[in-house]
Design a protein around this ligand. Sequence first.
Ligand code: ZN
Length: 419
Amino acid sequence: MATVSFWGGVGVIGSSKILVEQGGWRVLLDFGLDYTPGAGPFRAGVTPRPGRELHDRILTGLAPRIPHVYRTDFLEGTGLAGGADGQTALFITHAHLDHMGLTGFVDPDLPLYAGPETIRLVQALAESGDRVEGGVPAFRSLPAGESVEVGPLRVTRYEVDHDVAGASGYRVDTENGALAFTGDIRLHGRHPEKSLAFAQAVQGARALVIEGTTLSMGFRNPVRTEAEVDALFDEALERTPGLVMVSLYQRNVERVEAFVAAARRHGRRFLWPPAQARALSAWFGRAMAEWGDPAVSGDIHRHPEQFAIQLPGYEVPWMLDFDPGPGSLYVHANGEPLGAYDPLWDVLQEWLRMRRVPFWAIGTSGHASPEDLNRLVSIVHPDILFPLHSQEPDRLLPPPGVERWLPERGRYYDLGGRR
Ligand SMILES: [Zn+2]
């Protein structure tokens, strides 16, 4: 008998952790951090204590109490057994912290798999100092379409489209049929064919675990495509006589590439904060230009029309040096702050008002719209549907013939039987 249990992503966006078990063998899908700025026990300057990050997360319920996953030395005072048991493997869907942020605490003897692009992106970010807490995770590469056996369980990786390179879905074959997990997925990005091919490959699965980020977001269809985002950025470059400041998420390297090329077409150099420039240079294998040097700030101030600069919300004081002046624009394209739920959002707005810089949000979600979630469920048509990674999973209604089970944290569901 195979079971599935959920140790994160229940009633929240992010923090996904799915445990599939059969005969003492275990497959863990994703191992993310909670990402809830402005909410939870760690906020407003309160953080887990240095050196005791995992301890503090476990005791506040922010990291799961699963035995034989973590490195033993991180677990002092938690009462939880660490070290690998030789019967467990962990699989990561993509390089977003809410899916892989706890991997630095995993015992190095526990096999930890991810797609090759995910591994390369994590390494590029680490080179710029952007590392996960704990140690450096020792990933093993699992190319798309290939499988790994974990005792009687077989895990296969597929590519899907999301707003980060190398995003994956997984299929876990058990004695009670297949469990498929979408990871984070969408149909309005640059590669909808990948997401659709995954849905077709897992058609008729016993269980589908699907993300439901947008269910609580009041999305209106049609949702903006990545091509439309590119066109809006083109328009911003075309119509702005002064400096174009941008906040885009650097892990979305395909959008990075498109925006840099667009700036070049409009005779502007695209400049990055130094740490992001290092990470992107490592990813692209060519030097990305950076701001931060006083001489560069002077150039930007004198010739704002020759530049587009990445200026995440937490870097706004640099505006005092760039002094963008009238005719400049701030373009938000899903960078930090990621949304209005982040206290940084209001800070950014205040700075822009103070400097009289208009704000234009041109981004699009990395997550499928409610209509596209329904489409994916209809293609897979599983026996059992588990909506996860959502504040309102009950908004996803199953089509006829599909049973919906709303996951509860830490509860075991028998894939061979009833709830
Ligand atoms: Zn994601």
